[in-house]
Write a protein that binds this ligand. Structure first.
Ligand SMILES: CC(C)(COP(=O)(O)OP(=O)(O)OC[C@H]1O[C@@H](n2cnc3c(N)ncnc32)[C@H](O)[C@@H]1OP(=O)(O)O)[C@@H](O)C(=O)NCCC(=O)NCCS
Length: 184
């Protein structure tokens, strides 16, 4: 099986890449959330970088991340806020999600300012993230709602996960997290 994986800066995506990403997301989410848009996907923050996994010429998996400085406790921390994690329904369980995530993590680690990867998710996918190098943390998170881009949200128990980039997991600071924007 011919597989290729590449991470591309958002501004360098070809229009054909954008079309394929849109098709991948629309197949999963259009009915519930409408058409995928690159600048504010379903109201979430957009990606600066996209990791794309192709099987033959079809896009089968995607991971996005955006570099942002957030606050943890009283420390400013620069993270790769990660989202848009999706494998085509027809080929799940075949390692494409892992391939996308490993390549995205490699890309985060080559960005000198990125201290950690960061994401929030639902409980059911925590085991996936833990099996591909993410570590669950427990903290209160403040962010702006992806639903209206206005309401301040405080979350106490939703799953939050980090991965090492320029800093090791053990160096994640203690304290409440403020994303200073919408999540990914
Ligand atoms: C979550 C998702 C991206 C996983 O992609 P995938 O291509 O099926 O994952 P892989 O085949 O690469 O699996 C990698 C590892 O994660 C595990 N895994 C995958 N999905 C899992 C799940 N839902 N629960 C537990 N473990 C899971 C696999 O067993 C595998 O572990 P192993 O390599 O140690 O055996 C995919 O199920 C998906 O797109 N789901 C819908 C969108 C979604 O929920 N995205 C996350 C939003 S936060």
């Amino acid at each position: 099986m011919s597989i290729s994986v590449r991470t591309v800066a958002h501004g360098e995506l070809q229009s054909s890449d954008l079309a394929r990403i849109g098709e991948l997301f629309d197949a999963q989410y259009q009915q519930e959330f409408g058409t995928w848009t690159p600048d504010s996907p379903y109201g979430y923050s957009p990606a600066d970088f996209h990791t794309l996994v192709f099987r033959r010429r079809a896009l089968v998996a995607h991971v996005g991340f955006q570099i942002r400085t957030i606050t943890v406790g009283d420390e400013a921390v620069t993270i790769a806020g990660t989202g848009g994690v999706l494998t085509d329904k027809a080929v799940r369980g075949a390692g494409y999600g892992r391939a996308a995530m490993e390549s995205a993590q490699l890309a985060m680690r080559t960005e000198r300012e990125v201290e950690f990867g960061y994401l929030g998710c639902r409980e059911g996918v925590v085991p996936f993230y833990e099996s591909v190098g993410w570590h669950r943390i427990h903290a209160i998170e403040r962010c702006i709602s992806w639903l209206d881009q206005a309401t301040n949200i405080v979350t106490e128990n939703a799953p939050l996960l980090i991965c090492a980039a320029q800093r090791a997991i053990e160096e994640w600071p203690r304290g409440d997290i403020d994303l200073h924007g919408t999540p990914w």
